[in-house]
Design a protein around this ligand. Structure first.
Ligand code: C2O
Ligand code: CU
Length: 464
């Protein structure tokens, strides 16, 4: 199914509404630095030129930030980039003022300046941090890293492994990232897809293991637009959590599973490959398979596999059973190539599709392009909202809600697991419910970052 080939050359203005956060003095003094800068790294396989990336701590993916559940995450973000930037803590249900969304929760941090982030890690699980200013460019250049919040009692696994999956668009001759971040074709189609795939910033990720070891794989899709459809070989186990939130009961890992941009999954997998064999995590593209991580097996850790794992301890689940009282919302996505959008409102005026395109705008939510003065919805604290999300385009979109997790309702109305990013497929519609239990201004956008940059960005306000 999977080939040994481990990398692929594929063919393939917001109003400033700033609420400046009051930052604890303690954090200001103590916070370790998180420095964003341009750095050359050997991203491509050896023999290819180095690539100048923009990264945190001079590396890609950025340094792991890891705290215990209930602790605070404090970092002084130091911007040594040639552009303004800010840091978003994707999936953390934390304070709005620390959410890092330039133009919505803070002003972008200018080159040479710094900003102290200090936020609570309420939930244990797999999260990530990334730039939230000009993200279509800045994340594509490498500005992201893993953010892990540990459970109070470590689960019974032998290794805890984070795998940040990404794709890059690089010129193999120069090794440099191509600077076509606003290319109309990407904006209007499936987003900026790369031609080089990495895991934790490496062309070939290898981790030696022993037979019957149990690995926790925390898989993060950090790509701008690519869907990763993954499968296992020589590994077998359970889906434990989506988007940082544990499942109430672990489910067997299906033959393939897909992560949209921004989404995560936690797996517990046992090495079942024989001694001397390579177990694999791979990507299934159409009928082809590519290796994303290699686990060479030598020796064994025990004669037998462990028993079925207990579920991870649940994070706080807001009560959202009260659908009857729920605010009813609707989000209709339109636009893009081969779409039917003829006109939409942008910056307060209705414009024809042609005029929008000339301005690099291709998508709309409910007929509105990009950020607006007024939010998609205003909810009062504690209110439950039920939203119909309609993908009336011919592309998939990964809708990410900041600050709160939601549940997708099954056909029969049963609420699914908590998630922060909803992968929607062309022509499909979805029902989600969430409790507006976190006050503030929350971004709600497509995590295909080129789409967010060309219209698919809005916000929800929760008022105390
Ligand atoms: Cu992962 Cu609004 O972002
Ligand atoms: Cu999209």
């Amino acid at each position: 199914m999977l080939s040994r080939r481990s990398f692929l050359w594929a063919s393939g203005g917001v109003t400033a509404m700033t609420a400046l956060p009051a930052v604890a003095k303690r954090a200001r003094a103590a916070a370790p630095e998180l420095v964003a800068s341009a750095h050359p790294v050997q991203l491509l396989p050896s023999g290819f030129p180095e690539t100048s990336i923009w990264g945190y701590g001079g590396q890609t993916s950025g340094p792991e930030i890891r705290v215990n559940q209930g602790a605070r995450i404090s970092r002084r973000f130091v911007n040594q980039l040639p552009q303004a930037s800010s840091v978003h803590w994707h999936g953390l249900r934390a304070e709005n003022a620390m959410d890092g969304v330039s133009g919505l929760t803070q002003d972008a941090v200018s080159p040479g300046d710094s900003f102290v982030y200090d936020l609570a890690a309420e939930d244990a699980g797999t999260f990530w941090y990334h730039s939230h200013n000009r993200s279509a460019e800045q994340v594509a250049r490498g500005l992201y890293g893993p953010l892990i919040v540990d459970e109070p009692t470590p689960p019974d696994v032998d290794r805890d492994v984070t795998l940040m999956l990404d794709d890059w668009r690089v010129d193999p001759k120069t090794g440099q990232i191509t600077q076509d971040f606003g290319a109309s074709h990407d904006l209007s189609h499936g987003g900026r897809l790369g031609n080089f795939i990495s895991t934790n910033g490496e062309a070939t990720y290898r981790l030696p293991v022993r037979r019957h070891e149990r690995l926790r794989l925390r898989i993060v899709n950090a790509a701008n637009a690519r869907l990763f459809t993954l499968g296992l070989q020589g590994l077998d186990g359970w889906l434990m959590a989506y988007d940082g939130m544990p499942l109430t009961s672990p489910e067997p890992v299906p033959e393939t599973f897909t992560l949209g941009p921004g989404q995560r999954v936690d797996l517990f997998v046992d090495v079942i490959a024989e001694d001397g064999v390579e177990a694999l995590l791979g990507r299934i593209d159409q009928s082809k398979g590519y290796v994303q991580a290699i686990f060479p097996v030598s020796g064994s850790s025990s004669a037998n596999r462990r028993l079925v794992p207990a579920p991870l301890p649940p994070n706080r689940a807001p009560d959202m059973t009260d659908f009857a009282e729920a605010a009813t919302l609707r989000l209709e996505m339109s636009g893009g190539a081969m779409g039917s959008m003829r006109e939409a409102i942008w910056n307060g005026y209705s414009r024809k599709a042609g005029e929008l395109m000339e301005n690099g705008q291709f998508w709309a939510f409910n007929g509105l392009v990009g950020m607006t003065e007024t939010p998609l919805a205003r909810l009062s604290l504690g209110q439950v909202a039920r939203m119909t999300v309609v993908n009336d385009t011919v592309f998939p979109h990964a809708m990410h809600l900041h600050g709160m997790h939601f549940r997708v309702l099954a056909q029969d109305g049963t609420p699914g697991p908590l998630r922060d990013t909803l992968l929607t497929l062309r022509g499909e519609s979805y029902e989600i419910v969430f409790a507006a239990d976190n006050p503030g201004r929350w971004a709600f956008h497509c995590h295909m970052l080129s789409h967010a940059a060309s219209g698919m960005m809005t916000w929800i306000e929760v008022t105390a």
